[in-house]
Write a protein that binds this ligand. Sequence first.
Ligand code: NAI
Length: 390
Amino acid sequence: MFNEEMRFESPIRWAMVGGGRGSEIGHAHRAGAQRDGLFQLVAGAFDIDPARCRDFGTKLGLDPTRAYADYLSMFRLEAARLDGIQAVSIATPNATHYAISKAALEAGLHVICEKPVTFSADEARDLQRRAQAAKRVFGVMYGYAGFPMLHQAREMIRRGDLGDIRVINMQFAHGFHSDEIEKHSPGAQWRMNPAVSGPSFVLGDLGTHTWFLAGMLTGCEVERLCCMRQSFVHSRAPLEDNAHVMLQFKNGAVGTLWASAVNAGSMHQQKIRVVGEKASIEWWDEHPNQLRYEVQGQPAQLLDRGMGYLYNEVPGIATNRIGGGHAEGFFESWANLYHRFGLAMAAADCDDQATLESLWYPDIAAGVEGVRLLECCVESADNGARWVNF
Ligand code: NAI
């Protein structure tokens, strides 16, 4: 079980770009990163508005001089300090990720960036090359990937409990944008603007999450795909608020991905179902402590986090912070990922390749794949749902 015993002599000095007051996801980063004491927030360029950044940073307990007006000043001034930042998380709207990540790597920092990591796969590959050359850790915040029951699912598939994989069904389909809420929600407004959001809306905002989970669980590689996308709220065009993708994998498996923000009445409905020749598993993010396991010809089973019958010897499954039956959730998943990011950063700093190779976490390679998905989907959808090689 995880507790606060796992510590560094001094925590990683950590900053954020974005994630300021009122942002959707800033708190999740701070809650996840600081949970185990491996990171300490010491600086930030949290907000596009410098005065609000200073006020917010001060209220978070930072030295006011380390709540910076912009990220370039932060990287420059922190580099000049003996106790300057070592790592940064980027939680700004999509259009800014590439430039901020590039500047952070140039400043010698480890980076954790939100998804979709860039607008184009070329930009994402460029970040990958830069991170490798600088020997810096580059994590991508596919935040659901820290849930222990997903690691149980991954291990069951790896051990062959399901047999060969035949079908992978993915969906992340909520209803929060069923009407034109961008008229009064700034967080929704930028998501509908291609200049800030990128070439897609729901595929990038939602689809990349479940897509990453499918790859993480099954290791199946996509051969080709076919996508159709719509803007049911017409003012959102060319960005889609609903999309369906059909997928063919190299091993002969097939799959679908439904990403939607107009699934009226739905809270999240992020689900992944993997069907093998002997059995199927299904995970639902609204009940993340359970994994449904259905063996053909037997009653369905509901496996629960924290129980002795899981493959607890596998890292990622026994990352409990409290016993089974108590609900762990989103913040714990993020803390599990930040824990791994922290260990990877410490290993990179002392060039400990063995530890680095043994640590799994969503990295920039996963970021590249997410952006490739978007590029292929847009190419397919905008050419009459044509099949596109991945
Ligand atoms: P938001 O609009 O709620 O907040 C953005 C924050 O960034 C605000 O505080 C804003 O002032 C600040 N900001 C904007 N430009 C900036 C700049 N140049 N320098 C410094 N600060 C700047 O956006 P939200 O929803 O928090 O999304 C941020 C990112 O996180 C997006 O890329 C989004 O796709 C991703 N996201 C990821 C989630 C996950 O589960 N991993 C969930 C929600 C969002």
